[in-house]
Design a protein. Structure first.
Length: 495
């Protein structure tokens, strides 16, 4: 029996159930006696940022009484972590990984935040990390974070379990596929493991490791019990700024045409409808979950046979819950919208990024015309499904006029909710390479958080301008005539 301590370094100060934690805990417990414990930083006052209040103030979120549902700890997070390690005495500390949760809620930066926590702890445990950065450039990441003993590339559930099993049986772990490490100052990068097409092999995702208050979540002005969830992994698209391309490259999928991955059917993977329904039913009954925040990179590229069977199982069950999903505008058709209704989808998030078709196609390798986007938002509105637009500010080559045009385009769409994100130069992406060549970013950018801060140095958009549009994007969408007034108000605030 091995003991594995998982670390959730969430800095947002609101309920998130990182999917990688549930998937790895479930896999580790599959047909074994491994003990798994979670150290969750979410509700430590000395660790978290108040992301919720920031995004309520700028109207990205509706106000709610969420803070009445949670309690923050006054303890020192580093001292509590050391006490947890001393008491649990883990064989392995595992602190970041991949899932479909790659686009938000900190999965990219988990490895840095976790390292900030474990850098000075006293432990004999093997410290392992996976995730996007470990997959993109393992040697560079080990150089930046030298206390890490091993990195795992790609999906890491089965590899971490193999490591835990090997430790339990006193076997050598150095030849396990998918891991990287240093030995006697030499960098070792073992061959990649094969892609796991059937995600049922990971076992039933284990949400029992989370505390009760982590399930509470603000949603459209209310507070509901929710989990982050995935039915699938992978995306058929190859947007130049997107971390999905890191995973595609790791598994050898690099050929694309007009922004679409070739042989994408070999890359996409998912659970069976029966497994998905089993997990949903358990979470509804055991934890009273009402909202499943599906983080699937592109929900509507999940095998339609799986989705249709899932819809049948849901309809037959009479379970009371709802889904929030993310997908591409191209997939929103009358037939697919009817399927979403059967699946109890309450809200859909879609990337606009920037409004100009030419910039989106030429600079971002993203081919979704304004007309397709308008049509998608209209179809969802007609069916009563809430719509959220995702927008990016600070992209290489983006100008203030482009931001204003994107605000105007959102006025045409009239989304129910708007998310505005700072561009982050994700290591290993084409856009990150462009950012470095243009002087927007350095070799490695710490503290990259698309919701809280910009880490770029643009000659077209100052940090002050980016902060202004982050804080006022929604207000300007509602009333563009307020631009001069809001700029003056913003300037006075920081004088």
């Amino acid at each position: 029996m091995s003991k594995i301590l998982l670390i959730s370094p969430n800095k947002w100060g609101r309920g998130i159930t990182p999917i990688w934690i549930a998937s790895h805990s479930g896999c580790l417990k599959l047909n074994s006696n491994h003990q798994v414990q979670l150290f969750d930083c979410t509700f430590y006052k000395d660790w978290t940022n108040d992301e919720l209040s920031y995004n309520v103030k700028n109207y990205q979120f509706m106000d709610s009484d969420y803070l009445n549902y949670v309690k923050f700890s006054e303890n020192n997070v580093h001292e509590d972590l050391q006490e947890t390690i001393d008491a649990f005495n883990p064989d392995i500390i595992f602190c970041s990984a991949l899932s479909s949760h790659i686009h938000g809620e900190g999965e990219y930066v988990n490895i840095q935040y976790s390292y900030n926590l474990i850098e000075n702890v006293d432990t004999d445990a093997i410290i392992i990390a996976g995730g996007l950065q470990a997959t993109a450039k393992p040697k560079e990441i080990l150089d930046i974070f030298p206390k890490l003993d091993f990195l795992i590339g790609g999906d890491s559930e089965l590899i971490l379990k193999e490591i835990a099993d090997s430790i339990d049986n006193n076997k050598n772990i150095s030849t396990i596929k998918g891991i990287s490490y240093y030995k006697d100052a030499s960098f070792i990068n073992n061959s990649a493991q094969g892609i796991s097409k059937n995600m049922d092999d990971f076992g039933i995702y284990d949400y029992s490791v989370f505390s009760e208050q982590i399930f509470y979540r603000p949603y459209n002005g209310e507070v509901v019990k929710a989990v982050d969830y995935e039915m699938s992994r992978g995306c058929i698209y190859t947007c130049s700024y997107c971390v999905e391309t890191i995973v595609q490259s790791y598994y050898g999928f690099t050929d694309s045409k007009k922004g679409v991955l070739k042989s994408s059917n070999k890359y996409l993977r998912n659970k069976t409808a029966e497994r998905i329904f089993l997990e949903i039913k358990h979470l509804v009954n055991a934890y009273n979950i009402k909202l499943f925040r599906c983080q699937d990179t592109n929900f509507l590229t999940i095998d339609k046979a799986v989705l249709n069977e899932l819809a049948r199982l849901i309809d037959k069950s009479g379970l009371d819950f709802m889904l929030y999903i993310e997908t591409r505008p191209e997939g929103i058709t009358e037939k697919n919208v009817a399927l979403l209704k059967k699946l109890k989808v309450d809200g859909v998030g879609m990337g606009i990024e920037v409004s100009e078709d030419g910039f989106r196609e030429d600079s971002l390798n993203r081919f979704a015309s304004q007309q397709k986007i308008i049509s998608a938002f209209r179809l969802l509105k007609e069916t009563g499904i809430k719509r959220t637009s995702y927008n990016i500010i600070g992209l290489p080559g983006q100008t203030e006029e482009m931001i204003l045009n994107t605000i105007q385009f959102n006025r045409i769409l009239q989304p129910d909710n708007i998310t505005t994100a700072f561009y982050s130069p994700y290591i290993g992406t084409l856009e990150e390479e462009k950012s470095k060549s243009m002087g927007y970013s350095g070799e490695y950018e710490f503290n990259a958080d698309a919701q809280l801060r910009s880490v770029i140095n643009s000659d077209l958009l100052s940090t002050e301008i980016l902060n202004f549009y982050k804080e006022n994007f929604v207000s300007l969408m509602r009333d563009s005539s307020q631009l001069s007034f809001l700029k003056a108000k913003y300037a006075n605030k920081y004088e």
